[in-house]
Design a protein around this ligand. Sequence first.
Ligand SMILES: Cc1cc2nc3c(=O)[nH]c(=O)nc-3n(C[C@H](O)[C@H](O)[C@H](O)COP(=O)(O)OP(=O)(O)OC[C@H]3O[C@@H](n4cnc5c(N)ncnc54)[C@H](O)[C@@H]3O)c2cc1C
Length: 438
Amino acid sequence: MSHGRPINPDTTIVRHSGDVLHRALDVDLCVIGAGISGTTTALEAARLGKTVAIADSLPALGGQAVNSIIGTFCGLYRNGTHGHRLTFGIVDEMLAYLERHDACYYRHGPTTTVVHYNEIALSRWVETALDAAGVIPVTGAILRSVETEGRRVNAARLVTRYGDVTIRAEGFADCSGDAALTYLAGYACREPDEKVYGSQQAVVEGINLDAEPPQREELAARIAEKAEAYGLIRKNGLMFYFPGKEVAVMNMTHVETPLDPLEASKTSAIGKDQVDRGVRLLRDEFPQVFGNIKVRSYGFPGIRQTRWIKAKHHLVVDEVVNQVKFDDAIGRTSWPIELHNAPEGFVWEVFDEDHVHYIPFSAMISPEADNLVAVGRCIDGDPAALSSVRVMGPCMAQGMAAANALDLAGAGSVHQIDIGMLQARVSDNLNRSDGVAP
Ligand SMILES: Cc1cc2nc3c(=O)[nH]c(=O)nc-3n(C[C@H](O)[C@H](O)[C@H](O)COP(=O)(O)OP(=O)(O)OC[C@H]3O[C@@H](n4cnc5c(N)ncnc54)[C@H](O)[C@@H]3O)c2cc1C
């Protein structure tokens, strides 16, 4: 036997015939977008016995949670240093996986508890959990058009580098963040009147563990003072540390996130340049701790808000502030108003320890469609209201509700389901009051 030489020297000659390779899938639920919202929706639906396909334009699963290196689960816990968890279900399994792999850290801050995580471990959880649940992944697949018949979506047509894929389903979940499914179906959507900035996240390595890292206020004050000198657009920033590890997730930039394809393509380079400037500032200003840091990985551009559905209910910030408990509430959170609407900073309005606000199911459904539910970044609310309900804790609660609502609707309409039955299925996410983080 010879090594390095082909055993069979024959090859196959191919020539494009003009026909595009076309694959078709027929499932109970088609999920567009495989971020934390899509992943939760797909897993919850699979647990209900549904056949599920999940499609994403990236060649990998996990959406922004993985690929933009968000790095922290927010909005999962009630306020206070040791508030209890507010969302249950798939999130229990995800946290257990991350704990088993020494890949998360519960930080009991003064406002609330957040969960910092390793994005590589999270990506493996997403992939293995979806695979174990029998969910069919369709990656590198961009939604190109949507086939509708009146109030029903019949099929999603996607293009991939290898050919086209059509997914036919009884129910559809728009977990695309940009309301791509709802928009292409021709149903009404909204775009913001004022800019909501995204951020370029990065993981830095080389933190000196023998020195004390600056805490949030000190870091923010120094960045505010020096940002202009380093050419930083945003004049505040955050570092998410992992005790005992010489890495941190850096969130110090603001970058516009336009919907124009050519403008959008420029944002990655702008974001990375902002990260590099931030690293220089940190090295110079905190030489003891950060003198040797360098970027280990840049995330894909982080997008907060672009386009979202015009739903039956438009959640407004007063309803968030006043803790309105909607008749059709399906999830809750205590997360502050976190509105990134200015280049230099963001609105950060923290609620008190007793505060909990709710997400109505009617903010997730288009009045024009019967078998379509939106989840995550593209549910309906004003920018301030959305800023507090699109963090990942409430996204997971919405995913659980979407899967159950579409299951209850079956071949009928999500507008006609028994809301009491839906609430009974997601009652932990409305009522449970245990689960303080370790
Ligand atoms: C920089 C930044 C920092 C943040 N920090 C935090 C934080 O610390 N903690 C927290 O909890 N939340 C944070 N958030 C908010 C949170 O990360 C997001 O709101 C959340 O991840 C949204 O999840 P999603 O699944 O709804 O959307 P995404 O994760 O955006 O997933 C949408 C998916 O849909 C796919 N898609 C879009 N269009 C198409 C199409 N046409 N065809 C096919 N696929 C498509 C995309 O590729 C993407 O993977 C942050 C957000 C940003 C941008």
